[in-house]
Design a protein around this ligand. Sequence first.
Ligand code: C5P
Length: 231
Amino acid sequence: MALPKIYVALDCQTENEAENLVSKLPAGKVGLKVGKELFTATGPDWVKKQVDKGFSVFLDLKFHDIPNTVAKAVTSAAKIGVDIVNVHASGGSEMMRAAKNALNQIDRSPLLIAVTVLTSMSDAELAEIGIQSSAEQQVLKLSGLAQQAGLNGVVCSAQEATMLKSELGSSFKLVTPGIRPANSSADDQKRIMTPEAAIQAGVDYMVIGRPITQAEDPATVITEILQAIGE
Ligand code: C5P
């Protein structure tokens, strides 16, 4: 079954807050992105409950460890029943291959996506940790490495989507935050794109938080976005 185009970022700290938000979301139409903040508060059983309700889940835990540990971690994620899981490409190709090989042993395996360079990192900060290339060069290098290791795609900004699709091909999936419908606030996002422009640029899955989660009626915003992207 095709995965939803929109994953709602559940940036919540408590189970109650997350439950309240999820109760306003349509299970068949959007997925849920669960990151470190919520997962550390609620754990795998809560995530499994959302899967059982019919939600597609992107488990955004950005694993980065020795190959054996990451292979086991993504296997545990697959057992919860999530559809997307991610690792840091900077963990290296052996780590990424180990994770992919582990998932290949599983019947219904999630998409394995790489995080390349955190958008919070400037070129100066990259230099501090010994990386002399620009953030853009590093994104391209790590995306290529992820593809060679057999990963299904990368997390990237919508601005990088056209370049990455042309370098890496249309089947390499792009998962993208920083999406803002035309009439909504940018919040603290610096480089934003509308859902329709992002899809046009080749983005496969959009992670959208505040425009949906802070809305008085999240379901209406979701309907409008889905209409705008022709879903
Ligand atoms: O509320 P908003 O739509 O800005 O939420 C975007 C989500 O995507 C948040 O969970 C944020 O942490 C995440 N994210 C991001 N930019 C990145 C990576 C992740 O906004 N580069």
